[in-house]
Write a protein that binds this ligand. Sequence first.
Ligand code: ADP
Ligand code: MG
Length: 515
Amino acid sequence: MEGSGGEALVAAVASTAAPKSPWGKVGVGAAAPCSLADVMSEELAQELSRADTGTQDEALSLEFLAVEGAVPGPVGDTESDVLLAKLLQMEFDREHDALLRREQDKLNRDSKVSISFENYRMSHPYEDSDSSEEEVDWQDTQHDPYRAAKPQPFPRCGFTGRGKSMTTKHDEALCGRKNTARMEHFPPEFCSGDGIQMDLKLSNQVFNVLKQHSQAEQRRSARLHEKKEHSTSDQAMDARTRLLLYKMVNAGVLESISGCISTGKESVVFHAAGGRMENKEVPSECAVKVFKTTLNEFKNRDKYIKDDYRFKDRFSKLNPRKVIRMWAEKEMHNLARMRAVGIRCPEVVLLKKHVLVMSFLGEGQVPAPKLKEARLSSAQLSLAYEQVVQMMLTLFHGCNLVHADLSEYNLLWHRGEVWLIDVSQSVEPTHPHGLEFLYRDCRNVSQFFRKAGVPEALDEQDLFNLVSGLSIAAKGEAEFLAEVEQQEKMHEGHAHGLRRKGVAVNPAAVASLAQ
Ligand code: ADP
Ligand code: MG
């Protein structure tokens, strides 16, 4: 570039010294000692100016000068010379690029391999948006000179040429190029790289792997989108849930929904101001528990519901979304049972699909603290322990239920007493794992109160025996649990027989029978 560019520069500068210069007044009579005009040949400049008068270059350059307001300064100012030189350089570069393009087109016309001269183009800083028509063509995607030519379709016979110059449709390079071209059909979000300019040839094997991957990615992103649309995520609810809540407010059951109390793995709990219902009194403060409709967490909890004989028959026939509604339903039934025997727990107001509205434990929108967080005196802790054990006994013998997730996180300290929440996973003691769940509950309770320094707190095994009415003597945990499982089997068989005969199962009676 520099060589020929230099000549153009020479011409440009020379022209500034010519009396009849095509550049108008530029440099007329300029005699400044340091002007570039001085070091240029005047004769040559004149000759060039005569030859070039009226050319396209001139018009363009004059236009450029007019636009830029680059009228030369006082005599002796060399700025205009530099400007003109640059201007001509730009023209020269354009011509050079056009020549390159023609050359490249000519070479690529009959060749299988396309060559790009992109790297030899002159990029000029003065090339601005005011591009000529020629440049518009240059950017025209249909005639993009840098785009690899699409492989021509093969004749039906499957080969071209004869003898040694025969090429079959299985030709490796040909197939490779075809595969590269086919990458265009991959989804736009699939990054296939910019191999077009390098005459990339993809082997069938590589292409197939890429294709499979692109399809898998497409399916995955579709699934993600679907999940986002239909799930109740941590922060935001899905459209169905919003609609349900909106309907509740619209019907006046809830006055307003104020804020989120908790986002757990399986549910999101909101505080709401109670409204009114025709046949029921609605508490002034309500808790709205929205069971999450993302299915992952609940999959791990299937065992709580599919082995519960109350839900067993329905479970197998339901799709996963409906199973989640069953969790809400299960919580409602369990809360109702508990309230019926006087266990302190929220009162159910309304159940709509996977949304359960219940009374709020707490005051002024502040939820009652969990036992884990409550700062209790030792007297309060002793009282709490006593109440929890009493609750476990009533739950087991009065409600025929095992909480199955009992811990300091699901016991709230409200108005100086312990309240029980979160009973969607509670099962009957005759559940195939009912006694194991009870043992786990006993261990959580025992560990919490013992750690908190309640002297009368029993160890888990004694607590288990107390609540269940069994008297398992084994001491080590493994032996104790083995014995518990043994009891479960006996329970299950007996309870199953009774249920078939339509007899209500009294767990205490079953326990005594099992002994
Ligand atoms: P999860 O299954 O997500 O643990 P929970 O029923 O335990 O759901 O509720 C989560 C949290 O929401 C509780 O720890 C408690 O702080 C709050 N919460 C739940 N129900 C009520 C309620 N009726 N009144 C006040 N707070 C509640
Ligand atoms: Mg909980």
